[in-house]
Design a protein around this ligand. Structure first.
Ligand SMILES: Cc1cc2nc3c(=O)[nH]c(=O)nc-3n(C[C@H](O)[C@H](O)[C@H](O)COP(=O)(O)O)c2cc1C
Length: 320
């Protein structure tokens, strides 16, 4: 199928970003939301609901993601989200953050095979009843996983567990928890999954260029899709280049309109200049690569404490 998906990045790829990206760029078949953490309150926070509100998301291309180790909480959220019209819900088994892992969630659950197996069993056993209770069609469940927590060899048993369940798609980020986002990928374990996974596969990790995309699809010709996070945020044209089949000159005018549009939307929804600047600076951590030899202006962007300073710094940027 060779599709591109946008990876979820908490604090970056919210619904405003996803929608604006889609308006200006696109080339992406599915947009995964950053994780929502259902808990015993059985209630979404305002921020969580905003990010999956069907009025602000395309239910056909957006995939809400859940992070929990409790099947009851998971199934409650599935019933609610399916009732909003979503067709697929993703289970986060990859988050490496210390606080998440300490609670046996995300990649922390990968260390407890019996708990993981039990959780998946209960999810797939209970999903019809959970959706019947909200009158929703049963959505498909996909998983985003790492190879394990402490050792990549954990992956063999983890994959055996996944293979017991009708998982719509298995996205693998071929690192273990302690690799975080820095250590080299471990592609040999992805290759093991290509041989042994019953679920269709999605590759995720360190894809930054058109050459990377074509190399992955060439190497793993049975994978369904490539999920890209940082590479696609840093170069929002990347998926369009893949669609076109060749590199595209970077359109700086379009990019400027894109980022000004994001800025005005965040000004409209966030209260105060600080939260707006915080949000925009997150993007600039990725976008700075688009402006080589602009260290002075980029530093002013990073240091800006007021919107006026920020926009003045933007005006100093010179593109290649
Ligand atoms: C700041 C940040 C936030 C992230 N938030 C999430 C998240 O909410 N859910 C998730 O599954 N992965 C999350 N990830 C992981 C990314 O989805 C992705 O797996 C990772 O960045 C590797 O892919 P890439 O090399 O294409 O960026 C996050 C990563 C970063 C750097």
């Amino acid at each position: 199928m060779n599709q591109i998906y946008l990876a979820p990045l908490e604090g970056v790829t919210d619904s405003i970003y996803r929608n604006t990206f889609k308006t200006y760029y696109g080339g992406v078949a599915k947009y995964f939301t950053p994780f929502i953490s259902p808990n015993s309150n059985l209630k979404f926070t305002t921020r969580e609901f905003k990010d999956i509100d069907p009025e602000q998301n395309d239910i056909n291309t957006t995939v809400p993601q859940l992070l929990t180790n409790n099947s009851e909480h998971f199934l409650w959220a599935v019933g609610e989200i399916a009732a909003l019209g979503y067709k697929e819900i993703n289970f986060n088994l990859g988050c490496p953050s210390g606080t998440v892992v300490a609670k046996k969630k995300g990649s922390g659950l990968l260390f407890y095979n019996d708990d993981l197996d039990k959780m998946l069993y209960e999810i797939f056993e209970g999903i019809e009843a959970a959706c019947a209770s909200t009158g929703a069609d049963v959505p498909e469940i996909s998983i985003k996983t790492r190879l394990g927590k402490a050792e990549p060899d954990e992956f063999y048993e983890i994959l055996d567990i996944y293979n017991k369940y009708p998982i719509k798609e298995l996205t693998i980020h071929p690192r273990i928890q302690s690799d975080f986002y820095r250590e080299p990928l471990r592609p040999e374990f992805f290759e093991y999954a290509v041989e042994h996974s019953k679920a269709p596969l999605v590759f995720n990790g360190e894809v930054k260029t058109l050459e990377d995309i074509t190399a992955i699809f060439r190497k793993y010709d049975t994978v369904n899709a490539l999920m890209i996070g940082r590479g696609l945020i840093a170069n929002p044209q990347l998926a369009l280049e893949y669609e076109a089949g060749h590199a595209l000159a970077f359109d700086y005018d379009k990019f400027r309109t894109f980022q000004e549009d994001l800025l005005s939307q965040y000004i409209a929804v966030l209260s105060g200049e600080k939260p707006v600047l915080h949000r925009l600076k997150e993007f600039w951590a990725f976008w700075q690569e688009l402006y080589p030899n602009n260290e002075k202006a980029l530093k002013k962007i990073r240091k800006a404490n007021r919107l006026a300073d920020y926009t003045a710094a933007l005006a100093l940027l010179k593109h290649p």
